[in-house]
Design a protein around this ligand. Structure first.
Ligand SMILES: *Cc1c(COP(=O)(O)O)cnc(C)c1O
Length: 400
């Protein structure tokens, strides 16, 4: 590993310093290389960029507003708070940005069939949506436990024409679903592309997904400069695998004055099996193709995780986040379930916006920090998704 800070990150093998890489069986090496080659070609092709921007605009509804949260700002008596409204995108979250990028890539490669993994179902819905739109066959792998918890999203994917395969191995959740999606991909490699949903997995996925999501930060940067004539002081985003956070942060990384905070799921507190804050109870390890921070026991067994928000409930975090934390460029903290639920209610009642429970973790951090910052300071928080999907779950926990 090079200690030279000006060395290219990620390097040609997808290493972000000591993190990332490509830890897969031999059978997956070739498909990943083929994918990387096609992605590199697409990046240089203006037609690909035009097409990507066309669908983001016409199908997804970009650009999303950068909205001044006036009443939240007034109530917190501190920094001025802007919401990046990814919740207004088609299908209700940022995941569609990446799904569009990858399906265009799949089409370029002549693939006829898409596989994907999903936990809560949001990435599955985004993938089923773009597959329907382009007329490609779609199979979504989902843990049996998740299928039960998220029955509505299962039905939604089926309505969109996807096959949903209920995975009954292991803990029957996201990790097992990813294993099955990879197995399918390797078996059907000639016809099939695997649309992975976050900045995770083997190279080139973390790099590629970040680049498809950076549209969030590119827009936010332009929008804040137009509205405030200056850069923000603080960016805040929730971190599951880390794609909405990377998307917002990446275009600001070289702006030294811009501080950044990633918010993980603190669940019921930082005790084994009670949270998904990989940077607060995890350690270095290899899982599902990459090296990063992972919640594991002394024997390297993956620990159970818990979060009120299914989208943050995963035992590992994207390797670029581990690198940014290592470099002290981004600070990582966590919000517990109760703080996220309180933030969920607060935003609904004070701004008329029901956020996704994932995004509510970022709002919870803003509620903590804004009052301690001067009124001349600017915060941008990524509202990664809308909360319609979470209403039933919140209703079961909060009496009104
Ligand atoms: C999936 C999801 C997340 C978590 O995924 P990242 O890759 O960390 O962004 C966050 N917010 C919403 C609304 C999601 O659907």
């Amino acid at each position: 590993m090079s200690k030279n800070s000006s060395a290219k990150v990620p390097d040609a093998q997808g290493h972000f310093g000591p993190y990332g890489g490509r830890f897969v069986p031999e059978t997956l090496m070739h498909p990943l290389q083929e994918l990387e080659n096609e992605y590199r070609r697409a990046q240089k092709d203006p037609a690909f960029k035009r097409e990507f921007e066309y669908y983001l605009r016409e199908f997804c509804g970009r650009p999303t507003p950068l909205y001044f949260a006036e009443r939240l700002t007034r109530e917190l008596r501190g920094a001025k708070i802007y919401l990046k409204r990814e919740d207004l995108l088609h299908t209700g979250a940022h995941k569609i940005n990446n799904a569009i990028g990858q399906i265009l890539l799949a089409r370029r490669m002549g693939k006829k069939r898409i596989v994907a993994e999903t936990g809560a179902g949001q990435h599955g819905v985004a993938t089923a949506t773009v597959a329907a739109m382009f007329g490609l066959k779609c199979v979504v792998y989902m843990g049996a436990v998740d299928c039960e918890r998220q029955a509505l999203n299962v039905y939604r994917m089926k309505m969109l024409g996807a096959d949903v395969v209920s995975v009954k191995t292991g803990q029957q959740t996201l990790k097992e679903a990813i294993n099955e999606a990879m197995r399918d991909w390797v078996t059907n490699i000639r016809t099939t592309h695997y649309i992975l949903g976050t900045v995770y997995g083997a190279h080139p996925y973390p790099l590629m997904v970040r680049n498809f999501q950076r549209v969030i930060g590119d827009e936010a940067r332009r929008q804040i400069l137009a509205k405030e004539k200056r850069l923000p002081d603080l960016l805040v985003a929730c971190v599951g695998g880390g794609s909405n956070a990377m998307g917002l942060f990446y275009p600001f990384l070289k702006d030294k004055s811009v501080k950044m905070v990633g918010v993980e799921a603190g669940g019921r507190g930082i005790k084994p099996n009670q949270h998904a804050a990989r940077f607060h109870g995890g350690s270095l390890g290899v899982l599902q193709g990459t090296r990063s921070y992972i919640l594991q026991d002394k024997n390297g067994q993956i620990q159970l995780t818990h979060s009120v928000s299914a989208g943050l409930d995963y035992a590992a975090v994207g390797p670029e986040h581990a690198w940014l934390r290592n470099r002290k460029r981004v600070e990582y903290t966590y919000a517990k379930d109760d703080a996220a639920l309180a933030a969920f209610m607060k935003l609904a009642q004070i701004e008329g916006i029901i956020p996704a429970l994932e995004s509510a973790h970022a709002i919870a951090e803003v509620i903590k920090r804004a009052p301690k910052m001067g009124r001349n300071k600017l915060i941008i928080v990524n509202l990664s998704g809308r909360g319609d999907k979470d209403v039933a779950q919140v209703a079961a926990k909060v009496k009104l």
